[in-house]
Design a protein around this ligand. Structure first.
Ligand SMILES: [Fe+2]
Length: 311
């Protein structure tokens, strides 16, 4: 598919250009950085209606103690209450492997629909087998309130949005073009750091390259809001906002001078050197249930599984 025939991308481009022309209110964006997992969560809203969305929230998790806590999510709630926002959406860009989602906790406190890409069912099938979940785990995405297909339209208050399917890091990754900005999930990172890994079950470096190049064919001034930052060597502060043009010119993995084959070779070689994220096993078994903890036993206790020699 070329840019000219990619209807979702054309629609996103039209939307971004309309935002730049002032066709709807400018999206307000507040970022919350979780240093233990290097994750950026966003609360975004339409300043005219004060309707809001949360992108990629974090439930704190002490793996040694097996204890969840809500300081990170409570910081989002405090901001949302202070700003008198109404939450419409709890958007997940994908089933994260490095942190647990706080979406169900936020939903109980604030409302809003939990949404992710439709390909989450692929992740549920792959990891449903790895964790040997039984029939109580439906694997049809039904834990989520909305499953987005590529090109699906939604809105945050009066600001239009388009869901873009950007597989590669996982099969289910989505980016969200909301007003004039794009929330990229784990596709690419700051220009000096590069791109997301593509070696989890269902990951695909070639698909990731194509997804990234798709995002980078949006207008060059488009702001990109990233899901993670790890400080590139030589950089002393965390950063999570850049533009399409900056990424095209300078991304160390996917700038305009890098071919698909070069990227796949680089990404595959680099991924082979990376260890699994500390929280991948807890994260995936919770996040593929839309952030819900596994059902309790007859004593009311909940357990995570630790499958051996599977990853
Ligand atoms: Fe991720």
């Amino acid at each position: 598919m070329t840019v000219e025939t990619d209807q979702s991308l054309l629609a996103a481009t039209t939307q971004i250009e309309a935002a730049r022309a002032g066709a709807f209110p400018a999206l307000a964006v507040e970022a919350f950085f979780d240093e233990p997992t290097n994750t950026v969560s966003y609360v975004i809203h339409d300043p005219a209606t004060r309707q809001a969305a949360v992108v990629d929230s974090v439930l704190d998790f002490d793996a040694a103690a097996g204890r969840t806590s809500t300081a990170s999510a409570d910081a989002l709630i405090a901001y949302i209450e202070r700003e008198k926002l109404t939450v419409e959406w709890l958007l997940e860009t994908h089933a994260h492997a490095d942190h647990l989602s706080a979406a169900p906790y936020l939903q109980r406190r604030l409302g809003g629909a939990i949404a992710i890409g439709r390909e989450i069912v692929t992740v549920q099938n792959v990891f449903g087998k790895i964790f040997n979940f039984g029939t109580e785990f439906a694997r049809d995405g039904s834990e989520f309130d909305r499953l987005f297909d590529d090109g699906d339209r939604f809105s945050v208050g009066g600001i239009p949005a388009i869901a873009l399917h950007v597989p590669g890091h996982t099969p289910a990754d989505m980016a969200y073009a909301i007003g004039g900005a794009v929330f990229t999930g784990d596709t690419l990172f700051m220009p000096d750091y590069g791109t997301a890994r593509a070696d989890f079950p269902g990951g695909d470096a070639r698909a990731l390259y194509r997804s990234i190049r798709r995002l980078l064919s949006l207008p060059p001034e488009t702001p990109l809001y990233l899901c993670h930052d790890y400080k590139a060597p030589g950089r002393t502060t965390y950063a999570w906002q850049t533009t399409v043009g900056e990424e095209r010119a300078h991304n160390v993995h996917v700038n305009d001078g890098v071919t698909e084959d070069d990227f796949v070779a680089m990404r595959t070689k680099r991924d082979a050197t990376l260890s699994m994220p500390k929280l991948i096993l807890p994260s995936v078994q919770v996040n593929m249930r839309a952030g819900n903890l596994p059902p309790p036993d007859e004593e009311g206790r909940r357990y995570l599984k630790l499958p051996l020699n599977q990853l």
